[in-house]
Ligand binder design. Structure first.
Ligand code: SAH
Length: 393
């Protein structure tokens, strides 16, 4: 806390207590003020800081200011989308609060005891900061349990359709805020999808494999890039996920963007399958690709899971590299907070060694800037990606 890290762990507390979400004064052993924080009696993260300023009052006005500041910060970036993360927890001084905007609808996750306690104030502050009227709650993430909170979903303010279509860069994507993953969509990969579109345009990919595709964002991006290059004809795209509803939506996204259909010259496959199995099958069949995306779910939520997760990452990367044509491009990601960027690089390097594939790290990728990191909170860097180019034959 002295270094403005926003968490106090259970093991670091000598005495004191409070109700769930209550504001407490955090002091060092000699009584020096450290922070005002929200107490969470059941969580290992026993307190999360609201402010490191002793004279700061933690009241409704504090949250109005914090929400307005978070919303204003998004105006600093040209995000090229009307799907935007407006509040990104600790990075915006609101630990445990996630708010995404999809068009004129806000979707919020209240994931800590502190933001749960201030929910009504925060809901009003968010509408005030955005000038919007609709806010849907998706507090059904597993983190709530660790805070002793039950899952809650539904309209918190206003009402409207849960099915929404957003624009992102040159394409459109639909989502359902009530049933989609997280708040409905993975906004954090927006810039990497755009990068993939640019690569597709430049490299005129013929065969694309999108693993863990969810609703096909990277597939649509590749098609947009190919279209811009006039290279749609003959393109083959395979998208793999273990969620059938996500795949149905992915298929729908082709039509939504005017791709595919009869006589389009595109071959698009959507496989409801385990990525590990599919990669092995493709190797056995001798299939190859000139672009592959690997965007798996979080294998290591914390450092404690890092070792097993490292093996899982290495495995899929080794298989994917084997399927890559010489000169081909692999976009590989880890969204595990427990795996550092450095470790991820090492994992991919050792996957390359095992696969017998030599490559360049052409670029490093990360979450879009509406998912900011702050200097004091290294845990905020969860999503990292590498663009690996296999050396030409
Ligand atoms: N790239 C996507 C987001 C991926 S999220 C985008 O840009 O929107 C991770 C996805 O992996 C989820 O859709 C989940 O359903 C899927 N998934 C998880 N485990 C899987 C497995 N073993 N095989 C295939 N898909 C899996």
């Amino acid at each position: 806390m002295q270094r403005r890290h926003p968490w106090v762990f259970e093991s670091a507390i000598a005495r004191g207590g409070a109700d769930s979400g209550e504001t407490v004064r955090v002091e060092s052993h000699d009584g020096t003020f450290l922070a005002w924080a929200a107490f969470s009696p059941l969580s290992k993260i026993r307190a999360r800081a609201w402010s490191f300023v002793e004279t700061q009052r933690i009241d409704a006005a504090f949250f109005v200011t914090a929400c307005a500041r978070a919303v204003a910060a998004r105006g600093l970036f040209d995000l090229q989308s009307d799907g935007v993360r407006l509040v990104h927890g600790e990075a915006d001084g609101l630990p445990g609060l996630i708010v995404d905007r999809y068009g004129d609808t806000l979707v919020a996750q209240f994931l800590s005891a502190g933001v749960e306690r201030w929910k009504d104030v925060l809901a009003d502050a968010l509408l005030r900061a955005t000038g919007l009227t609709k806010l849907y709650e998706r507090s059904d993430a597993s983190g709530r349990e660790r805070e002793g909170l039950k899952p809650v979903t539904g309209w918190l303010r206003g009402e409207g359709p849960t099915e929404i279509t957003i624009r992102e860069h040159d394409w459109k994507l639909s989502l359902d805020i009530a049933t989609g993953h997280k708040t409905g969509f993975y906004l954090d990969q927006r810039d990497s999808r755009q990068r993939f579109a640019e690569l597709a345009k430049h490299r005129r990919f013929k065969r694309v494999l999108n693993c863990f595709c969810y609703t096909g964002g990277f597939t649509v991006a590749a098609l947009a890039g190919l279209k811009a290059a006039g290279a749609l004809e003959g393109a083959e795209l395979v998208s793999v996920d273990s969620s059938q509803p996500a795949l149905d939506r992915a298929r729908g996204h082709l039509a939504l963007n005017g791709f595919g259909g009869e006589g389009s010259g595109i071959k698009a496959e959507f496989l409801d399958a385990n990525v590990n199995t599919v990669l092995r099958e493709f190797i056995d069949q001798g299939r190859t690709f000139d672009a592959i995306v690997l965007d798996p779910p979080k294998f290591a939520p914390t450092v404690a899971h890092a070792e097993r997760a490292a093996r899982a990452y290495k495995d899929i990367n080794r298989l994917a590299l084997k399927l890559l044509e010489p000169g081909g491009v692999l976009l590989t990601f880890s969204c595990s907070g427990g795996i550092s960027a450095d470790l991820f690089h090492k994992i991919v390097a050792s996957a390359g060694l095992d696969a017998g594939v030599d490559g360049y790290i052409a670029e490093r990728l990360g979450a879009a800037p509406d998912h900011p990191m702050t200097i004091e909170f290294p845990e905020g860097e969860y999503l990292k990606g590498l663009v690996v180019v296999r050396k030409p034959a």
